[in-house]
Design a protein around this ligand. Structure first.
Ligand SMILES: NC(=O)c1ccc[n+]([C@@H]2O[C@H](COP(=O)([O-])OP(=O)(O)OC[C@H]3O[C@@H](n4cnc5c(N)ncnc54)[C@H](O)[C@@H]3O)[C@@H](O)[C@H]2O)c1
Length: 346
């Protein structure tokens, strides 16, 4: 397929999303130069064009050059808001109806080298956004959270939104999941105290077409190994059970939550069928994607703690609450890799 990303956008535009709710509305999206944020911006601009929605997107970015390299020159429907959420106040030139807060420190190495910055970006950044949303009388706000907030949940059965597990806060890397927990709590506090319509999207590991050239998370590393015919090297034993969702499915879920999610609630966003250990996912890529021309090698570095890997978990995310809103995932694991690699090759 030549333009797999356009195909994703088209599928979203033809989906059961309530596009009429977005007509003549404005969106503020943080983390807009990141994986999820950039796809949200591009999806909205695509749907604006196809459905003639007359919508406006304010993309919050730290680097305008990076933003231009992704979106090109802005048109009337896209405006950049330059802001480092850890340091700067945020102002927006216009009114915003919908907020999607996707900015966060997501690099494992940074979580362990700058845990204070990771927490400050999470808490201070989220509070700035929540305040702005209250001041602007926003229609809805989605906070992008993570399955990592579960920590170590119970091992039997599926993990649903009420099953919070253990997080060892003496471990530096916990700055990320514990920060996410506090941000969700802050969102719920704003819902209770200021009546803000805010909900949290607990994303499984999200990958697929649209990843950025700088992406270096494990899914991108596996895909590059398959593309280059090189063995996949695991820096852990790979026993952690991963929960995954395809990029366009995640984008559709987040837009569904804006309209249909209950205020003060959290929703797991995962393709329950895309559930496997890291090791098995690596084996799957080696066999199904690379046709067994590469193999999986385990090489655990001595200083592995400094790499900031999440602790191993056994967790199978239950996405029934999200599915009850009319959302369902459409792309499985092998197809997700094929689409991502197709995008990377083009
Ligand atoms: N992709 C996944 O697999 C996944 C899984 C679970 C949760 N999430 C969550 O989804 C959200 C988006 O993640 P992503 O995959 O797009 O990550 P990403 O690293 O691609 O994007 C993160 C974005 O946040 C921005 N950012 C970081 N610090 C900032 C600051 N101080 N001020 C302003 N912007 C700042 C970055 O510039 C970047 O644009 C994050 O909250 C992440 O925790 C992602």
């Amino acid at each position: 397929m030549k333009n797999v990303l356009n195909d994703d956008f088209q599928r979203i535009a033809e989906s059961n999303l309530s596009f009429d709710e977005f007509r003549n509305r404005s969106f503020l999206i943080t983390g807009a130069t990141g994986l999820i944020g950039s796809l949200l911006v591009r999806t909205l601009l695509y749907c604006n064009h196809v459905h003639r929605l007359n919508l406006k997107v304010y993309a919050v970015v730290r680097s305008i050059d990076k933003a231009r390299s992704i979106f090109g020159e802005t048109d009337g429907d896209l405006e950049y808001v330059v802001c480092d959420l850890a340091k700067d106040a945020i102002t927006c030139s216009g009114h915003c109806d919908y907020f999607i807060h996707a900015a966060a420190v997501t690099t494992s190495k940074l979580m362990v080298s700058d845990p204070v910055g990771t927490i400050r970006t999470a808490i201070d950044g989220t509070e700035k956004l929540l305040k702005l949303a209250v001041a602007q009388k926003a229609k809805a706000f989605v906070y992008i959270s993570s399955m990592e907030i579960y920590g170590q949940p119970k091992e039997e059965g599926r993990t649903s939104e009420k099953d919070l597990g253990y997080i060892d806060i003496s471990t530096v890397r916990s700055c990320y999941p514990e920060g996410k927990r506090m941000c969700e709590c802050l969102c719920n506090a704003y819902a209770a105290q200021y009546g803000l319509n805010v909900k949290s999207a607990r994303l499984a590991q999200t990958f697929g077409a649209g990843i950025l050239p700088t992406e270096n998370r494990v899914f991108a590393q596996f895909a590059r190994s398959a593309m280059n015919g090189e063995d996949i090297v695991l820096h852990t034993t790979g026993e952690s059970e991963g929960n995954y969702v395809y990029t366009a499915d995640a984008v559709r879920a987040i837009l569904t939550l804006l309209v249909k999610g209950e205020s003060g609630e959290a929703y797991n966003i995962a393709n329950e069928e895309s559930h496997t250990t890291i090791r098995n996912m690596a084996e799957l890529v080696a066999s199904e994607i690379a046709g067994n021309k590469i193999k999986v090698v385990i090489d655990i570095p001595e200083d592995s703690a400094s790499l900031g890997y999440a602790p191993p978990v056994k967790m199978w995310l239950d996405s029934s609450k999200m599915r009850a809103l009319g959302w369902k995932p459409t792309v499985g694991m092998v197809e997700a890799y094929k689409r991502m690699i197709c995008w990377m090759q083009n």
